[in-house]
Design a protein around this ligand. Structure first.
Ligand SMILES: [Zn+2]
Length: 387
């Protein structure tokens, strides 16, 4: 097998195991061939930890991807037809033996313009900064001794707009510093590192994460909270019942009380930190309704909260944080662990961003774009499956 593909699988599997670095199918990785003509990149919809020699990646022609972003007609197109066009063009840049219409990551363009090995993560330690109001200045402070500072990427809608923005910003960085950035902090999104070698990229991940964590300072000690079995079962029962009342379906409800959840519950005003809506496009994909705060787990309390959420035209809530007890997640078994990991990540980011200077969540306009874009992606998926 190609050596670069082997490297891609190795770095993907390494970072993909750690839910503080990526959750669900999030994040992506790429490795370019030595002549830089091709780039192996994670396929859309596969988890990094599940990538292997047969699946989870595509090989595309780098020059062809560059051409898409040099095309002056695309920025002028209306959003929905443009996003569809970009997905189709990205598919046509693929040159490999992968059967079917497995799509390369929509974030491929960001990878093409950077050094040989790229790792993009939704790493909570970095996201505490990218989701904080004063995140940019805190990041620059954190890396002030570096000759080549990280590149801060202001929020852009996912898909073409983000790719386009990264293209322009990297270009500007090269003009200023004489080389490409090796660390990119992407507002309300995540972090990206690039290096000429796979080990160099992994090392950079470790360095960036440990520096971010150190900057977050001492985290409050987790409280010695412990819920009884009866309390947990009672909560599960009442949440299931309240959701059943709305859907007519029995949903699987799971419980989680790890260090992050305990720290969040022990913080001064946990409900305030939940008020801000989804933090990132990724969070929106899994948790379309705010994480609900419950002062207690009585049936009436849960039912009332669910009713209120629905009356505000929000999606059916799937995560519930109960005072003094813990986190409950209602999701289909196949999605349960991904939703839990995303919610736990969100709790970590919210608490730290709040402490840093305030949470900077997605605006309603940014959320609307993602809703439409997701619908678009779904159509594309259907089209892809239908041939
Ligand atoms: Zn991402």
């Amino acid at each position: 097998m190609n050596k670069r593909l082997l490297e891609l699988i190795r770095i993907s599997n390494t970072v993909g195991q750690d839910t503080s670095l990526v959750q669900g199918g999030g994040g992506n990785t790429s490795v370019k061939t030595d002549d830089a003509k091709y780039m192996y990149i994670k396929a859309s919809g596969t988890a990094l930890k599940n990538m292997n020699s047969k699946r989870g990646w595509r090989r595309l022609k780098t020059a062809a991807v560059q051409d898409i972003f040099a095309d002056k007609s695309l920025p002028k197109m209306d959003v929905s037809s443009r996003e569809l066009e970009v997905v189709n063009r990205l598919l046509r840049t693929c040159e490999d033996d992968v059967s079917g219409k497995v799509r390369p990551s929509v974030e491929s363009p960001m990878h093409v313009v950077l050094d040989k090995c790229v790792i993009h993560l939704h790493a909570i330690a970095a996201q505490a900064y990218t989701s904080a109001k004063n995140g940019k200045s805190e990041v620059l402070k954190l890396f002030k001794d570096e000759q080549f500072p990280p590149l801060w990427v202001p929020y852009a809608n996912p898909g073409f707009e983000l790719g386009h923005k990264v293209f322009r910003l990297v270009d500007g960085y090269v003009k200023k510093h004489g080389r490409k950035p090796s660390v990119l902090f992407m507002q309300k999104h995540g972090v990206l590192v690039a290096s000429q070698s796979a080990d160099g990229a992994l090392e950079l991940v470790r360095k960036v994460i440990s520096r971010c964590l150190a900057g977050l300072g001492q985290s409050e000690p987790a409280s010695r909270l412990s819920a009884t079995k009866e309390q947990i079962e009672n909560c599960k029962h009442n949440i299931t019942k309240a959701l059943f009342e709305k859907t007519g379906r029995k949903t699987n409800v799971g419980f989680c009380l790890n260090r992050t959840v305990k720290q969040f519950l022990a913080a001064g005003h946990p409900w305030q930190m939940l008020r801000a809506g989804a933090l990132t496009p990724d969070e929106m994909g899994f948790v379309d309704s705010p994480i609900l705060w419950l002062k207690n787990c009585k049936y009436q309390t849960v039912a009332e909260k669910v009713r209120t959420a629905l009356s505000k035209n929000q999606a059916l809530p799937n995560s519930f944080l109960v005072k003094d007890i813990g986190l409950f997640v209602a999701a289909e078994p196949a999605l349960a662990s991904a939703v839990r990991d995303i919610v736990v990540a969100s709790l970590f980011i919210r608490r730290n961003a709040h402490n840093m200077g305030g949470i900077n969540a997605l605006s309603s306009g940014q959320r609307d774009f993602i809703k439409n874009w997701e619908a678009e992606k779904f159509r594309v998926q259907l089209a892809a499956n239908g041939g």
